[in-house]
Design a binder for this molecule. Sequence first.
Ligand SMILES: Cc1cc2nc3c(=O)[nH]c(=O)nc-3n(C[C@H](O)[C@H](O)[C@H](O)COP(=O)(O)OP(=O)(O)OC[C@H]3O[C@@H](n4cnc5c(N)ncnc54)[C@H](O)[C@@H]3O)c2cc1C
Length: 394
Amino acid sequence: MTGKRFDVVIVGGGCIGSAAAYFLKSEAGFKGSVLVIERDPTYEFCSTSRATGGVRQQFSTPENIEIGLFGAKFLKNVGEHLEVNDEKPSISFREDGYLLLGTDEAMPVLRENHALQIKHGAEIVWLERADLKARYPWMHVDDVPGGFLGLKNEGWYDPFGLLAAYKRKARAIGTEYLNDEAVGLERKGGRIVAVNTKANGRIEAGAVLNAAGARDAARVAEWAGVSLPVEPRKRSAFVVSCPQPMPGGPLRFEPNGVWSRPEGKFLLCGVSPAEDADPATTEFEPDHYLFEEVVWPTLAERVPIFEALRVERAYAGHYDHNTLDQNAIIGLYPGLENFYVATGFSGHGVMQSPATGRAITELIVHGGYRTIDLKRFGVERILSGEAVRETGIY
Ligand SMILES: Cc1cc2nc3c(=O)[nH]c(=O)nc-3n(C[C@H](O)[C@H](O)[C@H](O)COP(=O)(O)OP(=O)(O)OC[C@H]3O[C@@H](n4cnc5c(N)ncnc54)[C@H](O)[C@@H]3O)c2cc1C
């Protein structure tokens, strides 16, 4: 570390902290120094490493649609954005779309969402049951009227590859990374003046970004004397094989929330637990019952050859669950002059990392949003309890 004072200190070097560092250091109007404090350079337990890596625009709030569009365009061109020494990183982006299967009951809401997505520039089409049958003859669709499919800018990629690319680029353009644990903040009046670390002691900060993720963002906020409604919620993922060749196709959301997508020669799949079986937890044991009781029967009903699925590997990670409305919390903490937060993404943080990195940069450098207006995702709504409801959360 070259000094003990930085213009911006970021606590947490996952996809959010690293995206913020990259966007800040790339901003022509910003000449300051940036330090990212990350306690685990292997990233073994962070959410980013365990994410599915989906990106979509099939949301119900304009902000999430626009964030998803910006995210997809960034991810598709990640080689140009994050190139270092003529090396273009690859994150294996697959633009194969999301297929959201509807039910008659859900159709009014889904149609309304679809109209909004189109209005904001997303390329999502409605496929009638007959269209689905023609496009995916291996799928049973008699139980659904049809589905919504993203033709462009939706799909998946390697989230860890993205994190590594952000970090490499952020360092190449001057960000310092410190392998240490932040253990406290020093607040003077309305300012955070320093971050205390376990091994490197006190580091003075011009501004602090709390990007500490699912298990720590609320704790870091407490050090500043404020609070955030973010807690870790476990999400299990199953890598499964099938004796017969796997059909390809998009990332599919079933009406009951089961999701699945190709993963090489395997299928990656999962489902969120029911709300009353979804406590805050810091453990990582996958919930195998979800595969047995929900995921497998659902997939086997949809695709008959999936009756013979076999679990090859299962793992769990943590959503940074925002208990108020499961939407991102991005902005300057009210009442504090220099304490920014970017957390609470509740399952969408990787796809939202490009827009979030840019948004935090705009706030720090310009004092307000220049591109997507994310004021509705600010901390103010948390303090007033006015939820921004998103119906497209899975
Ligand atoms: C199973 C699963 C599937 C998902 N699928 C998707 C998906 O398809 N699309 C999508 O967009 N999102 C998805 N997500 C959500 C996404 O992973 C998260 O929203 C996102 O990774 C959050 O990024 P982050 O940088 O805030 O947190 P993290 O990646 O958790 O990074 C936070 C970092 O902060 C560090 N840290 C914390 N406290 C301290 C401290 N005191 N000092 C130093 N370092 C500290 C941690 O070590 C960690 O590396 C999924 C998540 C899971 C678990």
